[in-house]
Design a protein around this ligand. Structure first.
Ligand code: 16G
Ligand code: MG
Length: 559
């Protein structure tokens, strides 16, 4: 075995074993980094054009194996997906051993490893990582990997498998999976046979767990009208089809649309949660599928970790008949429902809600009148962490990413409570089953879909009644292409700019001219742009506010 120069005593001291440098170097040459390309660990991992990602997948597989070793050989996950991005994009998201996102302190190592220009530089980074986390190389590594439906996935999975093979890791090839399914599998594997066992660690086990809980939750409650689901022509179609094997149509009638997994170019094209949320409109041409006024509809994104609902109110020919029920509305629905159940069950639960600056002002006002509300920067990892501070942490981004976390204390209370009335007992059973229908590891379109269905069923509400919880303030998002998005830095959970110097004061001045207005600017973590969000009390003023703030951003970038 050849070892590069510079391998120092620090590594040897941590283990009697060594990194298999020679093997790693072979793969390093087989999966060359595109010259000049710069990779960056973004909000959820590395995401860019799929055909440039082989070297990144190979290198992150090696880091993934080290992560598993650093966690005493617990299983970690690697998901190959680019979520709602266009089909030619792809990406890789590492998943930590409890099914949550990778520890953020590892992110800079991932960025550096993917940008290393030669094997020596790469080995140097591995060496630093091993030293910083005192990784015992003798510990075996265990990694599960999966992918969504993109055409570039098989090629990238090969690179992942090569990196893991070079490290001698034990592997599980999970194949086609939704992102939340892979999170579930990681957590279920690592807790199997323990008191915390999360569920059977198979895809089948995932469907059974969710479906069993759902069927118990809706038992005896009359079924409502059918639900139309836009699967974004992605892996969500596969999961939806499979869960229907466990949920008979008498319990939930589903009409699955945009299920063309194998059709080239179809993924997220004119459909999916992002298309619907950003455009505030129906998936393209869905009218041709016979969608009618009042129909309850929802859209998944490309890896099925996001969901938004919507319906047509009044005359479908009118543009404003489209009504979006986004992550904010799901949060309001879930928060109220869980708070009520806890009260009925006679147990004290500190229910709290976590949002980002993108939450509509009306939703924040609505929630703040009921529960404590926290605002975090964008990205599930931030919301998830904040939600862990509550007994029950409801977290949703407006774009439909989110879930509800029950803390270990809350779970204990639920399992030990002794209800004194039949009504309290019913509420308690409902709460216990809710825990099982909700994916506790990450936001999950399938699980969130079932949660919403349970609540609407229980309340016997249609979309219009749900929508009536509060009226959204008119809002809009714009993208500004700037010279250097890194020049835009923020504070206060991204609500205020720190740099470019002086820009925030100018934005404040503009916003003050509009009634009940709010606007903020932040650099995107997934695209090369700066995003402008604007919200006003008066719909007629919205475009003017958004455009004026975007203009200030452009001027600051050009200055
Ligand atoms: C990623 C995040 C999402 C966030 C979005 C923001 C996860 C699983 N996904 O898709 O939560 O809303 O990025 O994108 O964390 P942006 O930084 O481009 O605005
Ligand atoms: Mg996604």
């Amino acid at each position: 075995m050849t070892t590069p120069a510079g391998i120092d005593a620090a590594i040897r001291a941590t283990s009697s074993d060594e990194i298999p440098f020679a093997l790693i170097e072979q793969g390093f040459e087989a999966f060359p980094k595109p010259a000049g390309k710069k990779f960056e660990y973004g909000t959820t991992g590395i995401r860019t054009k799929g055909d440039t990602l082989e070297s990144t997948c190979y290198r992150l597989a090696i880091i993934g194996a080290l992560r598993s070793k650093s966690l005493n050989g617990k299983l970690i996950g690697l998901m190959v997906t680019a979520s709602h991005n266009p089909e030619p994009d792809n990406g890789i998201k590492p998943i930590d051993s409890r099914g949550e996102m990778l520890d953020v302190t590892w992110e800079p190592y991932c960025t550096a490893a993917c940008n290393a220009v030669d094997a020596q530089e790469f080995f140097g980074i591995l060496k630093k990582l091993i030293h910083a986390y005192k990784i015992d190389l003798k510990t075996p590594a265990k990694v599960i990997y999966g992918h969504d439906t993109r055409p570039s996935s098989p090629m990238l999975i090969k690179a992942v498998a090569s990196g893991l093979a070079a490290m001698g890791a034990q592997t599980i090839d999970a194949g086609l999976k939704t992102t939340p399914q892979l999170h579930y599998l990681v957590h279920a594997h690592n807790t199997a046979g323990t008191e915390e066992a999360y569920g059977e660690p198979t895809e089948e086990g995932y469907y059974k767990k969710l479906a069993d809980a759902f069927l118990k939750l809706v038992e005896g409650k009359p079924a409502t009208s059918k639900l139309t689901v836009d699967c974004a022509n992605g892996v969500g179609a596969h999961a939806l089809l499979n869960i229907q094997k466990y949920i008979p149509s008498s319990a939930l009638e589903i009409r699955a649309l945009r299920t063309a997994i194998g059709t080239k170019g179809a993924l997220n094209d004119g459909c999916g949660a992002d298309y619907v949320k950003i455009g505030q409109k129906l998936p393209k041409d869905i009218e041709k599928d016979g969608v009618q006024q009042g129909d309850r509809m929802c859209s998944f994104d490309g890896d099925a970790d996001r969901i938004v609902f919507y319906y047509l109110r009044g005359n479908p020919a009118q543009k404003d008949s489209f009504r979006l029920l986004d992550g904010d509305k799901i949060a309001a629905l879930a928060t109220d429902y869980i708070s009520e159940l806890a009260k009925k069950a006679g147990i004290e639960l500190n229910v709290g809600c976590v949002q980002t600056a993108y939450a509509n002002g009306s939703s924040t006002k609505y929630l703040e009148q009921r529960v404590p509300v926290t605002c975090t920067p964008t990205g599930v990892k931030h919301l998830h962490r904040a939600a862990e501070h509550y007994d029950v942490g409801v977290y949703f981004e407006a774009n439909g990413h989110g879930t509800v976390l029950f803390s270990p204390d809350a779970l204990k209370l639920l399992s030990e409570a002794k209800p004194t009335t039949p009504a309290a007992e019913d509420a308690l059973i409902q709460l216990r089953n809710l825990v099982d229908v909700i994916n506790q590891t990450v936001g999950d379109a399938i699980s969130d879909m079932l949660l919403v269905e349970v609540i609407l069923r229980s309340r016997q509400w249609d979309c219009e009644e749900w929508d009536a919880l509060y009226e959204e303030l008119p809002n809009k998002m714009l993208k500004v292409i700037v010279k250097d998005r890194a020049a835009f830095t923020t504070e206060d959970a991204e609500r205020r700019l720190v740099t470019p110097t002086g820009l925030q004061a100018k934005i404040d001045e503009v916003v003050a001219k509009y009634k009940d207005a709010r606007s903020f600017v932040r650099p995107s973590g997934t695209e090369d742009c700066v995003r402008v969000y604007a919200e006003t009390g008066l719909a007629a003023e919205l475009d003017s506010l958004a455009n004026n703030v975007a203009k200030l951003v452009q001027e600051a970038s050009d200055a």
